[in-house]
Design a protein around this ligand. Structure first.
Ligand SMILES: [Zn+2]
Length: 404
């Protein structure tokens, strides 16, 4: 029996080895909240030169809502949030009373919330070894749904250690070495919230993440992989300045109707008696011109955000620069920055840069959609997805060299 097992392991490793030989390498780096226009302002020498030498999109459109978790998961599943399940950073499932919050490690690891197939799952099914130095959803409690190598999220882990972790994985023997990797840095989001977009502090964060990209490239050079790795640098959303005078506090109005709000900050679902829907919608619209109030059937179709079991009767969305307060707590980011607004608002757009052997050089293009990254990754690895995907390869394939 033992012999058969050793033989099995031998075939497994030789299979993986041969399956991986010739497999492209790709690292997807997410710079959280890096707005499309932070580049070329004198604080991102390395990213600017990558953008000039490789593929650079004028902006990178998030899906609605332009929040961190829904977008990171769209990028690696090719699905709209209503289809991959993470419809917001905070969620409440009325069927089992479970709550999802980014800070709740147990629920963030609970695979029940994640209905889509991440690219690392697709890749693993196709014999490609994968690794992640952080990505929302990358540390599910079900090992089979994680990258082959992943780390439980540590917000305070120094950035250089993340880069070193990537290099350690890439120096493993070929039969254990990942060919698809993700890397994540939060600084541009954190500083954008705390100090506002285009502030000196924000550009300090731009320089910080630029230094880490340089560190990665230098270390890839030292292990002779710099020329054979495809690097995609992208962000999940942008950032817009918040004006304190545009705080819209709707709690007293909702209390008057005994209506309940789910979520606060940029948008909220409102639950109430059926007979009150029209009155509450009317009252909210009268209350402030800095919010929009929709019944699900009235929501813009380009949001792809009108039907989901977690949704309620009315959806209230702040206009860019305004904030919606549905509880007694104060506004989160006074006079600084926030995101989550309409995904066609240009301030919500992030960056997309790609360089490496598969991508065109010196190639400028217009806005790309983040939902099309999953089909692009499938194309890079020669995989045909075996399930329905919302993203479209035709919208992004032109950034790849034709001979690939
Ligand atoms: Zn984010």
């Amino acid at each position: 029996m033992k012999h058969y097992f050793i033989l099995f392991l031998f075939f497994l490793f030789t299979h993986l080895f041969y399956a991986q030989t010739g497999t492209p390498y790709t690292i997807v780096i997410s710079l959280d909240g890096f707005r499309h226009d932070y580049l070329f302002k004198g604080h991102s020498r390395v990213l600017d030169s990558m953008a000039t030498a490789g593929v650079h999109a004028s902006s990178f459109r998030p899906v609605f809502p332009s929040k961190t978790f829904p977008n990171h998961i769209t990028i690696l599943t090719g699905l709209y949030p209503i289809n991959h399940g993470v419809v917001s950073n905070s969620m409440y499932n009325p069927e089992n009373n479970k709550k999802y919050r980014m800070s709740d490690a147990e629920q963030v690891a609970n695979p029940e919330w994640y209905k889509g197939e991440f690219f690392w799952e697709t890749a693993r099914k196709n014999g490609i070894i994968t690794a992640s130095y952080f990505w929302p959803g990358s540390f599910m409690s079900d090992e089979s749904r994680r990258p082959n190598y992943s780390i439980v999220y540590d917000h305070y882990l120094p950035y250089h250690k993340r880069v070193e972790g990537i290099i350690t994985w890439l120096t493993l023997p070929e039969e254990q070495r990942p060919h698809f990797l993700t890397l994540y840095f939060d600084a541009t989001d954190t500083y954008g919230h705390d100090h506002g977009p285009l502030s000196d502090s924000l550009f300090f964060a731009v320089k910080m993440v630029d230094t880490e990209v340089e560190r990665l490239i230098n270390q890839l050079r030292s292990i002779n992989l710099a020329d054979s790795i495809n690097i995609i640098v992208l962000s999940d959303h942008g950032m817009t300045p918040i004006n304190k005078s545009r705080e819209v506090s709707i709690k007293p109005l909702l209390d008057r109707f005994k209506a309940k709000a789910y979520d606060t900050g940029i948008f909220s679902w409102i639950d109430c008696e059926d007979a009150q829907v029209d009155s509450i919608q009317y009252a909210l619209r009268e209350f402030s011109s800095d919010i929009e109030v929709f019944k699900p059937s009235e929501m813009p179709s380009y949001w792809h955000y009108n039907t989901h079991p977690f949704f309620k009767k009315l959806f209230v969305l702040a206009k860019p620069g305004a904030e919606l307060i549905t509880s007694n707590r104060k506004m989160e980011y006074e006079n600084r920055g926030n995101h989550g607004y309409d995904n066609y608002n240009l301030d919500m757009h992030g960056i997309f840069i790609a360089s490496g052997p598969l991508f065109w050089s010196n190639y400028k293009t217009g806005t790309l959609n983040n939902i099309d990254v999953y089909p692009l990754l499938c194309r890079i690895y020669g995989i045909t997805p075996d399930h329905k995907v919302d993203g479209t390869l035709d919208n992004i394939e032109f950034i790849l060299k034709r001979e690939n």
